[in-house]
Design a protein around this ligand. Structure first.
Ligand code: ATP
Ligand code: BTN
Length: 265
């Protein structure tokens, strides 16, 4: 199985043309999001980045485990300090990350789909996940941390019997050696900077919607282990909420939260 060592020098070289706020690289860390949240709370500049080769306590939503074995995955957290104009649109942040990951995969010849709300699929298998967390200052959001976990080499993919949704890696889907993780990270960051400029534009919603998995399919939403909605996946609302069409042809809006989407047909 292929895997390559990443190091601070190779990373700095790959990111040298991007205007980042700061960089912290770790051979091994608990969670890059934890590090980024602490750094954000102690004054990190906008667009500061945390990257690790291995996470020992990588987290998904609701503290679910996110596997990041060494030498094989991209574990990246980005600190954003939103401009005042972006504050009404912060719920679009997960879409911003999804579009950037999508672009990075297109760059290497793969065509992914976005499984709303926070996963990226290749060939209907999960290859990346997004975890957005916030640092608050009173009742205002001070900063956001976008955590991205991506399965690059085969060794990053957990065994499917340990998962509720099948997983894959870029190496598996490409059928050949993927680009270095540093290069994929650079592409994600470059694209994220561009999409961020469109944060308040409806273009972000339109493109996010076009890139959704299971659009037009009959789907089911579960929440806390119970079926919360069923219907045809129609599109997105302006805040990034999911819109289904129920059996009476009426819109049913699914908001972000502990929700899981599955096709039913
Ligand atoms: P969904 O139903 O939306 O997929 P989920 O229950 O899978 O939700 P998420 O928070 O989206 O939850 O993702 C976390 C889950 O992803 C973990 O519980 C685990 O099953 C799976 N997982 C963990 N590490 C990886 C990985 N490297 N690649 C793919 N899947 C992973
Ligand atoms: C999910 O699918 O639930 C989201 C997974 C997010 C994983 C990334 S890896 C980098 C960052 N650090 C973490 O602990 N989690 C995110």
């Amino acid at each position: 199985m292929t895997s390559y060592k990443m190091n601070e020098t190779s990373l700095k070289k790959a990111l040298s043309k991007i205007n980042i706020g700061g960089l912290r690289y770790f051979d091994s860390i608990g969670s890059t999001n934890d590090e980024a949240l602490a750094w954000a709370a102690s004054g990190a500049k906008d667009f500061s980045i945390v990257i690790a080769d291995e996470q020992t306590r990588g987290r998904g939503r609701l503290n679910r485990t996110w596997h990041t074995p060494k030498g094989s995955a991209l574990a990246l957290s980005i600190i954003l300090r939103p401009a005042a104009s972006a504050l009404p649109h912060l719920s679009r942040t997960v879409g911003l990350a999804a579009l950037a990951i999508f672009d990075s995969l297109l760059n290497i010849g793969l065509v992914p789909k976005i499984k709303w709300p926070n996963d990226m699929l290749l060939n209907n298998k999960k290859t990346a996940g997004i975890l957005v967390e916030s640092v608050w200052s009173g009742s205002e959001v001070d900063s956001l941390v976008i955590g991205i976990g991506m399965n690059v080499y085969k060794a990053s993919t957990p065994p499917n019997d340990a998962l509720k949704f099948p997983a894959t890696s870029i190496e598996d889907e490409l059928g050949k050696e993927p680009p270095a993780r540093e290069e994929i990270g650079r592409d994600i960051l470059t694209s994220l900077m561009l999409w961020r400029e469109k944060m308040i534009s409806d273009e972000i919603i339109k493109t996010w919607e076009e890139r959704l998995a299971f659009r037009g399919w009959q789907v089911q939403i579960t929440s806390n282990g119970e079926i919360a909605n069923t219907g045809i996946l129609d599109g997105l609302e302006s805040d990034g909420s999911l819109r289904l069409q129920d059996e009476n042809g009426q819109p049913a809006i699914v908001r972000f939260g502990d929700v899981s989407l599955r096709p039913t047909a």
